[in-house]
Design a protein around this ligand. Sequence first.
Ligand SMILES: C[S@@+](CC[C@H](N)C(=O)[O-])C[C@H]1O[C@@H](n2cnc3c(N)ncnc32)[C@H](O)[C@@H]1O
Length: 242
Amino acid sequence: MKIFVDGACIDQYTKKIANYLNLEIIRNEPDSNHLLYNEKGLSYVSTSSKNKSILHINFLKGSLGWRIKRSEHESSLKKAIGKHSHQLTIFDATAGQLNDSLIFLSLGHKVVAVEQSKILYLLVSDAIKRAGKELPILNNLKFVNGNSIEIFKKDNNQFDLIYLDPMYPIVKKNVKRSGNLNCIKEILSFENLMNHGDNLIEDFMNLKCKKIILKRPLKSKNNYSNINYQIKGKAIRYDVFL
Ligand SMILES: C[S@@+](CC[C@H](N)C(=O)[O-])C[C@H]1O[C@@H](n2cnc3c(N)ncnc32)[C@H](O)[C@@H]1O
């Protein structure tokens, strides 16, 4: 994979991205999957299907922007978090595109979010950089690249809850809205990370922690007998462990 810098000048920032991933910077658009840096910021471009798909994270637009503004309406997630008299410090062990962390932040909490994929980490970090001034809640976020279980073990005494959303839903072929998901799956398989979430739930359950919220597809099996309660939404549910 390479990073195609289109128009924008090759500066310290683009060099830092290329170095982080050990990628070559190029000036002409390649035919294969690549990272793109242009006036919009950083994106991932998939050329695997007939139509190119582009993963570009923007917290200020689209359904996420809307959810952040209306976070008081996130009733299932609020119920899963439960009642609290102070600002919570939440450990998001599967940060992904940071959607859920942004809801926690907009509900007034502090978040440490960890993402294992270097590419996703850079795409999200770029979105954080662009949104910075318009989203002051980001001041309450610490975003880290690495394996969350290792990072948690180093830093585990300060969290009120652990949030786990380890699996992307299986997307059927030919489903139009799956562009972003397919890009993410390509990124994870490029980095050899596709099956890394498998033991994560058990790993966290074996540690001392006050509360774990596990996000699952609504109809998935109850794999654990020690669930304390479940909050069900339209398509997903939260299994809560105390
Ligand atoms: C379903 S996504 C999470 C989506 C996220 N909740 C959101 O709102 O955008 C799962 C993510 O967890 C990450 N992940 C899985 N195991 C991890 C680990 N041990 N440490 C850090 N990240 C991990 C994957 O790389 C993937 O990006």
